[in-house]
Design a protein around this ligand. Structure first.
Ligand code: ZN
Length: 351
């Protein structure tokens, strides 16, 4: 079998020398102009320019349920978040038909904002990666429980990490003998992976990436599905790349866990900290809603795990609080016999 990643153009490079705020404003402005031209009128969702006048107006969009298509929701949580130079109210809703939890309405320019990479320093990236090292190692152990057979001509299994970020998981998978590749829309991160690990990254949006159909043995998507604006399409795309019988592993924050944090932070401790992070997090699955979506795209669930919380703040107070939340959740899980924390789900492509 040929290598699915052979002939890749490699990591693309770009220069981001402008001041961050000007760059973001420019990207958002460009997107707003494109949208206006497409619609031949100013969308009704456009509000007044931002208070400082530095940024384009905030544009909102309302979307139907990504799992069942219904437009029948109830309020699940609300939070107030800083968005550039202003605070905005965000609603997290739950579909009355299928229980999927999602941010609605959401920022229409969300993707442009999220792809304005460069907001993390190398130190932050590396601190985050070292905090995740144990989580990644455990996830890899679980993948190897379900996937054992290398299939390509070099005797190595192929692993594609969707939304690979800093590439630390890819590096670990390579050290465990996998033939790895990543997909990462943010140029800064894609460049970091190439320069730091010498690993190939397709610098594109997931739905635009070109990968040979049914060529991948293992697909991973860590902390990705909550960010994408159409999770069903993205999962469906991943399934087309996976060979029949191949393994897909995902990690995402569960709706229940975010709600638990929200009540604790906003109502018990009366802080303004965001639990859902609704500027950038669009979907919050639970085990049940993810099972339904997996079934819809042709994935069979092999295992569901609650992942440990990474301790990446460096603050003993915050880390102590995280340990307390972790213990409380573990106790609640034992009592309810359900997975409530951040979820890690291992699936197999049917057929
Ligand atoms: Zn629904």
């Amino acid at each position: 079998m040929s290598r699915p990643f052979a002939g890749l153009p490699g990591t693309l490079y770009d220069h981001h020398d402008d001041h961050e705020t000007h760059r973001i404003a420019r990207i958002l402005s460009m997107k707003t102009v494109c949208q206006k031209q497409k619609n031949h009128e100013i969308p009704a969702a456009i509000g007044p320019a931002s208070p400082s006048g530095k940024y384009p107006p905030v544009r909102w969009e309302t979307v139907p349920c990504n799992l069942c298509g219904a437009e029948d929701t109830e309020l699940y949580h609300q939070e107030r978040l800083v968005y550039f130079d202003q605070e905005l109210n965000f609603q997290i809703v739950r579909c009355r038909k299928c229980s999927l939890v999602y941010t609605n309405p959401r920022l229409a320019d969300y993707n442009a904002l999220y792809l304005c990479d460069g907001s993390y320093s190398v130190k932050q990236i590396e601190d985050h990666a070292s905090a995740k090292a144990t989580v990644f190692a455990k996830a890899m152990d679980e993948i190897e429980r379900w996937h054992a057979t290398p299939t390509n001509s070099a005797g190595r299994a192929s692993l594609l990490d969707v939304g690979c970020g800093s590439g630390h998981f890819m590096a670990m998978a390579r050290n465990r003998g996998y033939d790895v590749c990543g997909i990462e829309p943010a140029k800064t991160w894609a460049r970091y992976v190439g320069e730091t690990f010498g690993l190939p990254v397709i610098n594109a949006n997931i739905l635009d990436a070109k990968v040979v159909a049914e060529s991948i043995d293992v697909m991973t998507a860590w902390d990705v599905i909550e960010h994408v604006d159409d999770p069903k399409a993205v999962l469906g795309q991943c399934v087309t790349w996976l060979r029949p019988g191949g393994v897909m592993a995902l990690r995402f924050p569960s709706a229940t866990y975010q709600k638990f944090k929200g009540v604790l932070l906003n109502q018990v401790f009366r802080t303004k900290h965001s639990a859902f992070g609704a500027t950038m997090h669009l979907y919050f699955f639970n085990e049940d809603t993810f099972r339904q979506m997996a079934h819809d795209v042709g994935l069979e669930i092999l295992a569901v795990k609650t992942t440990p919380m990474e301790m990446n703040t460096g603050s003993s107070l915050i880390n102590g609080a995280k340990r307390c939340v972790g213990l409380a959740l573990s106790a609640a899980e034992l009592l309810s016999r359900r997975h409530l924390g951040n979820l890690e789900i291992f699936c197999r492509k049917s057929g």
